[in-house]
Design a protein around this ligand. Sequence first.
Ligand code: BES
Ligand code: MN
Ligand code: MN
Length: 462
Amino acid sequence: MKLTATQNRFLEEWIAFLKIPSVSADPTHKKDVQTAAHWVHDTLQKAGCQSSEIIQTPGHPIVYGEYLENPEYPTVLVYGHYDVQPPDPLELWDSPPFEPVIKKTPLHPQGAVFARGACDDKGQMFMHIKAFELMLEKAPLACNVKFMIEGEEEVGSDNLEDFVKSNKEKLQCDIILISDTGMLAQDQPSITTGLRGLSYMEVCVTGPNRDLHSGLYGGSVQNPINVLCEMISQLRDDNKKILIPGFYDKVLELSESERKEMAKIPLDLDAFKNSIGLDAVAGEEGFSTEERRSIRPTLDVNGIWGGYIGEGAKTVIPSKAHAKISMRLVPNQNWEEISELFTSYFKSIAPAGVKVDVTTHHGGYPYVTPSDTIGYQAAHQAYLETFGIAPVPKRGGGSIPIVPMFENELGVKSILMGFGLDSDAIHSPNEHYGLFNFFKGIETIPRFYEHYIRLWKEKQLV
Ligand code: BES
Ligand code: MN
Ligand code: MN
């Protein structure tokens, strides 16, 4: 791919950004997260924001920038996050996570940047700043733009919620624009019309008051790890239905016609399996793979530990066993309610001889957006023009809890214009983002503005 001078500059800036290890979950990176916030702040300023600020919070800062052209114009609020997931396990990376390299892959013959955050969400968020810069170079915009870029998305956006609740006036807007999701393929763009909610729990099973010799005590007392495994196995049945009473009560089932519409989405099952090294898929009985990973709720153990895990063998019955368990939720499940249902069910299945503690980490509501809005139409038109292919609507399986929160607090819908691919390995070792996707994004975003402004004006006239 022959890059123009401007594209080269954008690429260099993006790489500099990726070198800052802004891992929000890790307190040892607190300074780096601040550095990344300053970097975003300076970049917004240089791109053409008239004012910008770094808003400190009890956690990591929020970066806010404004371009207010005319109160009569529509206002687009761009959301993104500059924090990234921890890079572990480090030994599985082919190159260090914060030393970006450009490599070609079969899917990315033009090259992709490999680094933590390359796609999620530094790369995708940065496309918006660069698109804004390019638009302003041509002419003043016929809309206002507000950027709100946070540093705590990967740890639950706790402080963003408070910020939004107490700054509703400042954040007033007509549409929220976000690139923090994916699309189906480079030759099949899609627009995300839904996100799953999330309820994230941690459980601890305590048995004896100290670790015991498994010969002296084994067989006569509860082993917390055995118990934890038995309890986890009671969370789902053989058909992968979740056994928590009341769990499905509020699940909005799709109609037959909606399911038929969904079945049209091209998912190559063999390619799907191959891409993750599996010879079989698994999931809830009666649903397709695409349905299982978007419109159905799930329960997964994300981590489990306890006992002896060092070199060699140690014959021990541990005092404690732990697990982190998360549930992906769908409309109209309420994550606080689900967390409570989980807690009471989990405690109810505890056998005598152990104590069970359950804590709720964080959660988020699910989200759906209709496709008959001017925001969706503008996005549709934009992809159609730059890809030459009509984008399809697609419900996503991931969660961005602030999206439903924005809707509740600000009364504004979000347009999820993602340019990532499932194969980008977000949250995994060797995360990457294609140069094609990056520059296509920068090309598509200004078209969104153009069509949104046009449709917004048309709507004012009627
Ligand atoms: N950008 C992702 C969410 C995402 C990715 C949605 C791809 C759809 C497609 C976001 O950064 C993320 O990782 N969210 C977390 C939730 C958060 C509360 C930690 C998730 O989905 O696990
Ligand atoms: Mn993200
Ligand atoms: Mn993420």
